[in-house]
Ligand binder design. Structure first.
Ligand SMILES: Nc1nc2c(c(=O)[nH]1)N[C@H]1C(S)=C(S)[C@@H](COP(=O)(O)O)O[C@H]1N2
Ligand SMILES: [Mo]
Length: 223
């Protein structure tokens, strides 16, 4: 049987026309959705919050662990932004709240060589982002969406928010943040998707598709 990769399937999709009024805001090849699609690999994880931690490790002077309460006690920032999934949906004016990544960094002693970040998340999900891409005003360790704690399906208790990159970089259910000397590919980056993934540069694919059955990708849920 001919296995179709996620990358191949998206390549074959018809490229939608962007409303000229939204040009500049909606990246090329994206369609605006009102609903909020839910996309992930594996099951939605359950947590015992008395044991939950966010672990910071790698190129840091000392490894740290933060509880959910620790994160709630840090200054919270609201971000209103548009989000863009490589499967071609864009959602405008999404409202998030959480700890700005740049503020979080100021609590840590990152070694100067720790220029690359790997987000470790459930279920065995990883995605890589250069530290430089995480320094902007809109980059959050997000705790709330639309004024309420994240729903389980959207990443409760904690997800990353990196609006300028395709949304697979915004890992849900973040458990660990690893600082690295050298860049390393995460899950989708190893599976046919672009390492950088700038939505406005339309950096969708790496040109190296690997077999991921289409079935694993079509179960789309919304809320
Ligand atoms: N832990 C984890 N985070 C993840 C994913 C995943 O499979 N596991 N999927 C990514 C992808 S491909 C997208 S488009 C967004 C979807 O987020 P949403 O379900 O809140 O819309 O989550 C990203 N974060
Ligand atoms: Mo995605």
């Amino acid at each position: 049987m001919n296995k179709v990769t996620k990358a191949d399937r998206i390549k074959r999709m018809q490229v939608p026309q962007v409303d000229s009024q939204l040009a500049g805001r909606v990246p090329a090849g994206q369609v605006v959705t009102e609903r909020f699609p839910i996309l992930h690999e594996g099951e939605v994880p359950e947590y015992d919050m008395s044991k939950w931690t966010l672990r910071v490790f790698g190129e840091v002077a000392e490894e740290r662990e933060f509880s959910y309460e620790d994160l709630l006690a840090l200054p919270q920032t609201e971000v209103v932004c548009d989000i863009h999934c490589v499967t071609r949906w864009t959602k405008l004016d999404t409202v998030w709240e959480g700890v700005r990544f740049r503020d979080f960094l100021s609590l840590l002693n990152i070694e100067p060589q720790g220029k690359y970040v790997m987000l470790h998340a459930d279920n065995d999900y990883e995605t890589n982002v250069p530290l430089e891409d995480l320094m902007g005003d809109q980059i959050l360790l997000a705790i709330k969406y639309d004024g309420k704690p994240l729903t389980k399906k959207h990443g409760w208790p904690l997800r990353l928010l990196v609006p300028h990159l395709y949304f697979w970089k915004s890992a849900k259910w973040v458990q660990g943040i690893e600082f690295m000397k050298e860049d390393k590919e995460g899950f989708w980056e190893r599976n046919g998707f672009h390492n950088t993934a700038d939505a406005f540069e339309e950096q969708r694919f790496s040109g190296e598709p690997l077999p991921i059955p289409e079935d694993e990708w079509v179960h789309k849920d919304y809320d």
